[in-house]
Design a binder for this molecule. Structure first.
Ligand code: IVH
Length: 680
C-alpha cells in the first residue's frame, strides 16, 4: 500500500474500531468478538508504526499512553465543580421545594431525576470535538490533570461524533454544531463495576495485601496513579451527567440526550412534574440498587429548566437548584448475640455473627459474616460486643468494626471449633490459607450448600428449590448429589412436611425445565473452588465443550487470560477426582443437555497463519493446534493468502518473503493475545 492508501485504510479502521468501542463500552452490545476488534486494532497499530506521522491523539492506539508521569499538573476549572446538598427524607425534600418557592414565587417546578453514581467526579474538555484534557474535581476550583489515565477508559470518546439514538432532527443539528464548538466541557463520574472491584480484592487477599474498602476508593486510587498502565488494567467506566459549557441547551433533560447522542454513557433519568414523582423515582432506584452492576448512593434531582437553575444560583458550594436524595444508610450498629460457624460448599468454615436484628438500607439483617479467625482477631470481635455492620449492594452483610468503648466487661472471646459443626470431622487448615475446612466429602451441610449453589439463579436457576428445601431433601435421604435432583418425583416431595400436590408438581416441573443449560452456567454450577461466574464464562469460551475442559492440563488452564494458578489447579484437580467424574456421568445420564459454545472455534475463521522460528511458550505443533481449534487455518509457506506470520526466535527465509509480500508479521506475544493465552 502506498501512503495514500494507508491513510484511507487507517481512517476506515479508526471509524470501525470506534463504532464497535461505542457499541461495546457505552451501549453494552456487541456485534463482533473482542478478538476480532483486537486484530483490527493491531492492524491499525502496525500501519501507524509504518507511518508515525499519521498518528493522531484521537487514534484508538493512543488509549494506553506509554509513559508514566512525574506528577500531575494542576488544572483550573473555568466553571467551578460544585457539590450537592444532601436530603435524607421526604420532609427535607418538601422543605427544599418550599424554599425554592420563596425564591421564585411565580414558578412551577419541573425536575429531572437520575441515579447518583458512587464514583468520583471529573471534567472532560473537548476542543473542536477532540478530547484534550481531563481533570479531577480537587477542591472544586483547581483539580489535577489526569488526561493520560482518562484516555484509557473506553467509554470516554477521544473524538466526539454524533452517534445518533432516538432524537429529533433539531437536536441532531444542535449536536452537529456543538461538536464544532471551540470548547465543550463535560462533567461526569468515573466509577468501577462491582465485579471488577471484587476481582481486584480477591487477588489482593490472595497476595496477603489489604483489600480496598469500596469500588469508589479503588477507582479514585486508580485514576490518581502516575502510570496509566494501572488505570488501563482497572477497566474503569465513565458516566456523563452534565455539560458545563453554554451551547444553547435549555433543559437538563436535553443535556442528557445530547450527551448520549455524543456517544457518552448516561443514566436515562426521568422528567418529574412534581415531588411525588420524584419520590417514586427515588423508591424505584432504591429497589433496583442491589441488582445494578455498580454502586449508587442515591438519586440526583435537578431543576430541569437551565435558566431557572442558573438564576437560583449557588449557596456555599452547592447549587440551590439541585439536591442529592440519599438512600438510608448501609451501615449501622448492633449487638453481637452469638458467634456461630457455617460450612460452605467447598468445606470452608466461616464464623458468622448472630445479631440483634436490625434494619440496614431497608432490609432486616440477623447475621453478618466475620470471614475467618484472622479477621476476628484483627477486629477483636467478641460475643456481646457492639459492632458496626456494613452492607454494600447485594453483598452479604459483614462486621466491619467493633465499638470497644462500649464494652461492659462481660464480653466473651470466641475460639474457632476443632470439629465440623455438622459432621464432626476434624477441621483442617491448609498451609498458607486463612480458612479452616471440613475435609468430609459427604458432610451434609457442605452438600446442602453445594446443591443450593447448583440450583441458584446464576447456575441451574431452579425456581423454588432453595436452601431450606434442599436441606430437607438431604435429611430425608432423597438426594445425595446434584444429579439426584433430576430424579425426584412428586411422591418424594409429598413425603416431606409442607408439600402439597400443587407445590410438589410445580417444583418437579421447574426442575425438569432447567435441563438445558449453557456450558458456562454448567461449569459455574459444579461449584469448583475459585471458579466464579466470570471465570466459568472464560473457561466455557476457551474450551467450548466439556470434553475439552476435562482433558485440559494445568499448564493450558493457567495460560488462559484471567485464570490464575490457584484456579487452574482447582479445575484440574476437580476433573481428576473419580467421584466428580461419576457425578458428571450421572448428570449426563439424567439428560442434562449442555449447550456448547461454537463461537470460540470460529474467532479465527478464514484467517490463515504461518508459524516460523522457535516459540518460547509452546511448540509449533501446539500453536498449529490452537489456531485450528479456533477455526483458523495453517499454511506451511508464505503466499498472498496468508494473514499472519508468527515469528519466533531464529526465523528462516519465511520472514523475508512475508516482508516482500506485505504479509502481516506478528510477534509471539501478539499471537498469544490473539489466541487468548497469556505470557509465561
Ligand atoms: S450532578 C453541582 N449528577 O455527586 C454538582 N452528580 O454530591 C452537580 N454524582 O460531585 C452534580 N452522580 O461527583 C450529578 N448523576 C449525577 C451524579 C452526580 C454522581 C456526584 C458528583 C458530585 C457529587 C455531589
Amino acid at each position: 500500500m502506498d501512503k495514500k492508501e494507508v491513510k484511507l485504510r487507517i481512517a476506515k479502521l479508526r471509524k470501525t474500531i470506534d463504532y464497535h468501542r461505542h457499541l461495546y463500552h457505552v451501549l453494552d452490545r456487541q456485534e463482533i468478538s473482542p478478538e476480532i476488534l483486537d486484530s483490527l486494532k493491531h492492524e491499525l497499530y502496525k500501519l501507524e508504526q509504518q507511518f508515525p506521522d499519521l498518528i493522531t491523539p484521537d487514534s484508538p492506539t493512543q488509549r494506553i499512553a506509554g509513559l508514566s508521569l512525574e506528577k500531575f499538573k494542576k488544572i483550573f476549572h473555568k466553571t467551578p465543580m460544585l457539590s450537592l446538598e444532601d436530603v435524607f427524607d421526604k420532609e427535607e425534600l418538601y422543605n427544599w421545594e418550599k424554599y425554592l418557592a420563596r425564591l421564585e414565587p411565580q414558578k412551577t417546578f419541573e425536575y429531572f431525576c437520575e441515579l447518583k453514581i458512587d464514583g468520583f467526579a471529573v471534567a472532560l474538555v473537548y476542543e473542536k470535538g477532540n478530547f484534550v484534557c481531563g481533570a479531577t474535581r480537587g477542591d472544586g476550583k483547581t483539580g489535577e490533570d489526569v488526561t493520560q489515565n482518562l484516555k484509557t477508559i473506553e467509554s470516554i470518546p477521544l473524538k466526539l461524533f454524533p452517534f445518533g439514538g432516538e432524537i429529533s432532527q433539531a437536536l441532531k443539528n444542535q449536536v452537529e454544531d456543538l461538536i464544532k464548538d471551540s470548547r465543550i466541557e463535560i462533567r461526569g463520574e468515573v466509577y468501577m463495576d462491582n465485579s471488577i472491584f471484587e476481582k481486584v480484592n480477591r487477588e489482593r487477599r490472595k497476595n496477603n495485601e489489604p483489600a480496598y474498602a469500596n469500588p469508589r476508593n479503588l477507582a479514585a486510587g486508580s485514576i490518581r496513579q502516575l502510570d496509566p498502565q494501572f488505570a488501563a488494567k482497572r477497566r474503569l467506566k465513565f458516566l456523563a451527567y452534565g455539560i458545563a459549557t453554554e451551547h444553547g441547551q435549555k433543559k437538563h433533560s436535553e443535556e442528557h440526550q445530547i450527551l448520549s447522542c455524543l456517544g457518552f454513557r448516561t443514566d436515562k433519568g426521568t422528567i418529574c412534574r412534581n415531588l411525588d414523582e420524584v419520590i417514586r423515582f427515588w423508591d424505584k432506584a432504591f429497589q433496583k440498587r442491589p441488582k445494578l452492576p455498580f454502586q449508587i448512593d442515591g438519586v440526583v434531582v435537578v431543576i430541569n429548566d437551565n435558566n431557572l437553575f442558573d438564576k437560583l444560583g449557588v449557596a456555599g458550594k452547592s447549587p440551590r437548584g439541585a439536591r442529592a436524595l440519599k438512600f438510608p444508610s448501609q451501615k449501622t450498629t448492633t449487638k453481637i448475640k452469638d458467634i456461630k460457624v457455617q460450612v460452605g460448599r467447598t468445606g470452608a468454615i466461616t464464623p458468622v455473627a448472630v445479631l440483634e436484628p436490625i434494619r440496614i438500607g431497608g432490609a432486616m439483617v440477623t447475621k453478618a459474616t466475620l470471614h475467618n479467625q484472622d479477621e476476628i482477631e484483627r477486629l477483636d470481635a467478641r460475643i456481646g460486643d457492639t459492632a458496626i455492620i456494613e452492607r454494600a449492594g447485594d453483598v452479604i452483610p459483614a462486621v466491619s468494626g467493633i465499638l470497644k468503648e462500649l464494652r461492659q466487661g462481660n464480653e466473651k472471646k470466641f475460639i474457632m471449633p476443632k470439629l465440623c459443626p455438622a459432621c464432626k470431622s476434624e477441621l483442617l487448615r491448609p498451609k498458607n490459607e486463612v480458612v479452616l475446612r471440613c475435609p468430609n466429602q459427604r458432610c451434609s451441610q457442605k452438600l446442602g450448600k453445594l446443591l443450593s449453589h447448583f440450583a441458584s439463579k446464576k447456575a441451574f436457576n431452579i425456581n423454588g428449590l432453595g436452601e431450606k428445601i434442599i436441606d430437607r431433601l438431604i435429611e430425608g435421604n432423597l438426594i445425595q448429589d446434584s444429579a439426584d435432583i433430576f430424579n425426584l418425583k412428586e411422591d418424594d416431595l409429598l413425603s416431606l412436611d409442607g408439600f402439597a400436590q400443587k407445590s410438589a408438581k410445580n417444583l418437579i416441573e421447574s426442575i425438569q425445565k432447567t435441563k438445558k443449560i449453557s456450558f458456562a452456567r454448567f461449569i459455574y454450577a459444579l461449584g469448583i473452588r475459585h471458579i466464579g461466574e466470570e471465570t466459568a464464562v472464560d473457561l466455557a469460551n476457551f474450551f467450548g465443550n466439556l470434553e475439552n475442559l476435562k482433558k485440559a492440563g494445568i499448564e493450558e488452564l493457567s495460560r488462559i487470560h484471567d485464570v490464575g494458578q490457584a484456579m487452574a489447579k482447582s479445575v484440574y484437580d476437580w476433573f481428576r477426582n473419580q467421584e466428580n467424574l461419576n457425578l458428571l456421568e450421572k448428570l449426563l445420564k439424567n439428560k442434562i443437555e449442555i449447550f456448547n459454545i461454537p463461537k470460540p472455534k470460529n474467532i479465527l475463521s478464514k484467517k490463515r497463519f504461518v508459524v516460523t522460528g522457535t516459540l518460547e511458550t509452546m511448540t509449533r505443533q501446539e500453536a498449529h493446534q490452537r489456531v485450528r481449534f479456533l477455526g483458523g487455518e495453517i499454511s506451511h509457506e508464505i503466499n498472498k493468502g496468508v494473514d499472519f506470520l508468527v515469528v519466533g526466535q531464529n526465523p528462516g527465509s519465511k520472514l523475508d518473503k512475508a516482508k516482500i509480500l506485505g504479509v502481516k508479521i506478528i510477534s509471539e506475544k501478539e499471537f498469544l493475545s490473539i489466541i487468548h493465552f497469556k505470557e509465561k
